[in-house]
Write a protein that binds this ligand. Sequence first.
Ligand SMILES: Cc1cc2nc3c(=O)[nH]c(=O)nc-3n(C[C@H](O)[C@H](O)[C@H](O)COP(=O)(O)OP(=O)(O)OC[C@H]3O[C@@H](n4cnc5c(N)ncnc54)[C@H](O)[C@@H]3O)c2cc1C
Length: 415
Amino acid sequence: MLAPRSLGGHFFCLRYTGDMDFALTQEHELIREMAYKFGQNEVLPGLAERDREHKSDASMLEKMAEGGIMGMSIPAKYGGSDTDYISLGIACEELERADSTARVVMSVHSGLHSLTLLQWGTEEQKQRWLPDLAKGNRWGGFGLTEPNAGSDAANLRTTATKDGDSYILNGEKTWISLADYAHQFLVITRLTNTDAKAPYAAFIVDRNTPGFSSKAIKGKLGVRAGNTGQIFFENMRVPAENMLGMEGDGFKVAMSALDHGRYTVASGAVGIITACLDACTKYANERSVGGEVIGKKQLVQQMIASMVKGREIGRLLYYKVGWMKNTGQRHTKECSMAKWVNCEAAFDAANKAVEIHGAYGYCDEFPVERYFRNSRGAMIYEGTHEIHTIMQAEYELGYRADKPISRVLPTWPVE
Ligand SMILES: Cc1cc2nc3c(=O)[nH]c(=O)nc-3n(C[C@H](O)[C@H](O)[C@H](O)COP(=O)(O)OP(=O)(O)OC[C@H]3O[C@@H](n4cnc5c(N)ncnc54)[C@H](O)[C@@H]3O)c2cc1C
């Protein structure tokens, strides 16, 4: 048993075992309750209107910072809440049960940005950035995708050119979550003048650097209450000390980041399924057709049962990845599987939820049409449906294998 830790005003004692153990601790359940209440009380009020009006605002991020949620899985020595990775997954699940916008913040700020910094940063870099990120004083984003490079991440055109003790960045990134809000971004670039074996580098860039600008993307299908946009670098000078890893490590840093981001997407997807079940069990017990509630109709029950199946399988898949993270094992394959299966199950559940609501599922009087739109996005970002299909086939066929990586996250408990 470890010493108690504080998160959102609650105190936890995290128990750790090296064996795979699917039993959640009492502390995990407390985190679930805390994240559920936060989602219902702080995320949901006014959300439907903001979603309808495509209106993002920073107040949700401020509330998440106040609630102590933004430092999850960051060790206490860096100002974090010192919770294990399964706790992070549970929080993502319960936040996305309210709305995908809150989980997206966790994915980019906690997963893609902070955990990658924790994994790859020097001690000086961690001391410099993590405490403010963990407290939510600063928000982190992640810039990999470019107009001509989404799935094809080996085709980046944003350049970093070494100039004395700095690098000059030029280019643009698109579809970047929190583009207008994040204080800093983890950005992957191509090096122009390098002797390194690989051409990429990763930098932490501050949005207040001259040459940086951003622009929101309008007219999205989903995550409408969240901010997504483009970020631009025009002769932007970034100090060499902001590089994560060495010259040539950029691609590995990006792939590590995806291991963390995909974990939060996979766990969040389970929250969408639960939200669909919340809405559908209520509706099916109220709506009568032919003199009986539709919950008594076998074909409706079949859809409910299918959602329950998706939720249970989804939890097992992400708990396993959380356990692998806790024990310091490479989990790229398992994380890809969890992200792929859970996002498909969430979209399928949302589709069924619309069906169960009939015409009422086709308008925003009920939340299920939002789940339908939001769950579609998760099948695109952090690796499309096709990319994960290919990855799983290649692992099985022996065309792809993961080597142990040199930089691992702290295992839990933190030594
Ligand atoms: C809401 C949202 C938020 C996002 N947030 C971020 C963020 O914060 N940071 C960031 O860096 N990116 C972000 N993205 C971008 C996202 O990661 C990319 O959109 C995604 O990787 C897909 O790239 P693309 O859109 O360029 O599609 P493309 O790569 O052009 O793919 C188009 C189609 O071709 C298919 N395809 C591609 N390659 C193959 C292949 N080899 N075999 C078979 N089919 C293939 C794809 O599956 C897809 O169906 C976000 C996207 C969205 C929608």
